[in-house]
Design a protein around this ligand. Structure first.
Ligand SMILES: C[S@@+](CC[C@H](N)C(=O)[O-])C[C@H]1O[C@@H](n2cnc3c(N)ncnc32)[C@H](O)[C@@H]1O
Length: 287
C-alpha cells in the first residue's frame, strides 16, 4: 500500500450505523501496525478507527455542507481521504460527484462509497485535469492546513478554475484565533503541532484564510468556527458514536505505541486550546 494511507480503515459503512464493534475492529485490523510512531497524525487516528479527521468535527462539516448549495449540484471533493465527507455530500443528493485525491488507496476506498454518483480520480488538487467551469461546488476538508501559503493558493485557484460562475467552494480547515494573534505564538503553534502530527501544519487566522480566498478570486458568503477538540472524548463520541468510540479506545490501548502518539497530540492541542479552532467557509465565484 501507499505509505501515506497504510493505516486507514477500509470500511465504507457508517460506523454510527453499525451495531457490531467486533466487526469494526476486525475490518480495521486488516491493516499493518508498522510505523505507528511516525505516521501522519490523521492516518494514526484513522488506524485507530476514527473516521472524522477534521478539526471542527462532524457538526461543523454538516453546518458547512448545509450552506454549500449541494442539492442537484455537480460536486468535486478535493482530498476525500477515507470518504466520511463523501458520505455526507451524497446524503444531499447531488447531481454528480468527482473526488480528487493523490493517494491511490483512497481512490478504491471512496469509489465504493460514491459509485452511484461518480468516481474518485488520482490527481493533485493543484492540477485536477478537470475541465474549466465544469462543477457547481468544490468541497475540501483538512487538506490546505498542511500546505504552504503558496500551495494553499494554488489549490484555491484550481477550485476557482473548475467552478462555474456563481459556484461555491466549501472548506473546513485548522484556524487560529484571534486575528491579532502574535506571530511568535503562531510560529510556536505551527512548530509544535507539526512535530506532534508528523506533518507540516500551517493553520491560519480567519483573516489570513479570507485574504488567500479573495486573492484566488472568491467572494465571502459564510463562515463558522468550532473548538479544536479532535482528541477529546466528547468530540470522539459526537463524531463517531458510542460503539466506534469504544473500539477507538480499545485500539489505542492495545496497538503498541498508539497511546504515546495520541497523548502527545492531545497534549499539544491542549496546550494551544485557546488559539486553535476548526474553521469552515463557503465562498462564491462571482457571476
Ligand atoms: C487529512 S486527510 C483529509 C481527508 C478528508 N478530507 C477528511 O477530512 O477526513 C488528507 C487527505 O488529503 C489528500 N491530499 C493531501 N494533499 C493533497 C493534494 N494536494 N491533492 C490531492 N489530495 C491531497 C491525501 O492523499 C489524504 O487522502
Amino acid at each position: 500500500m501507499n505509505s501515506e494511507v497504510h493505516s486507514a480503515p477500509v470500511s465504507s459503512a457508517n460506523a454510527q450505523d453499525s451495531s457490531n464493534a467486533a466487526t469494526i475492529a476486525a475490518q480495521d485490523h486488516q491493516f499493518e501496525d508498522k510505523d505507528i510512531a511516525t505516521v501522519p497524525g490523521h492516518w494514526l487516528l484513522a488506524r485507530l478507527g476514527r473516521r472524522v479527521l477534521r478539526p471542527g468535527g462532524l457538526a461543523l462539516t454538516q453546518a458547512m455542507l448545509n450552506k454549500a448549495h449541494l442539492d442537484n449540484a455537480d460536486v468535486c471533493e478535493f482530498a476525500p481521504g477515507i470518504g466520511r465527507t463523501a458520505e455526507e455530500i451524497i446524503a444531499h443528493k447531488p447531481h454528480s460527484y468527482v473526488g480528487i485525491d493523490r493517494n491511490a488507496d483512497v481512490v478504491d476506498i471512496v469509489n465504493n462509497i460514491v459509485r452511484d454518483y461518480g468516481e474518485v480520480r488520482l490527481a493533485n488538487a493543484q492540477d485536477t485535469h478537470l475541465p474549466a467551469e465544469s462543477v457547481d461546488v468544490v468541497v475540501g476538508e483538512a487538506i490546505l492546513s498542511m500546505q504552504s501559503d503558496e500551495d494553499k493558493l494554488a489549490i484555491m485557484k484550481e477550485a476557482f478554475r473548475v467552478l462555474r460562475p456563481g459556484g461555491h467552494y466549501a472548506l473546513h480547515e485548522l484556524g487560529l484565533e484571534p486575528d491579532s494573534l502574535d506571530e511568535t505564538i503562531k510560529n510556536d503553534i505551527r512548530t509544535d503541532v507539526s512535530r506532534a502530527i508528523k506533518v507540516n501544519a500551517r493553520p491560519a487566522t480567519k483573516h489570513e484564510w479570507l485574504a488567500l480566498l479573495e486573492q484566488a478570486g472568491f467572494q465571502f458568503e459564510w463562515s463558522e468556527a468550532a473548538p479544536m477538540l479532535l482528541m477529546e472524548p466528547e468530540r470522539v463520541m459526537a463524531d463517531e458514536g458510542k460503539e466506534r468510540a469504544r473500539v477507538i479506545m480499545h485500539n489505542m490501548a492495545t496497538i503498541p505505541g498508539a497511546k504515546e502518539r495520541v497523548m502527545e497530540m492531545k497534549q499539544t492541542f491542549g496546550k494551544y486550546r485557546e488559539y486553535l479552532r476548526g474553521i469552515a467557509f463557503v465562498v462564491r465565484k462571482p457571476l
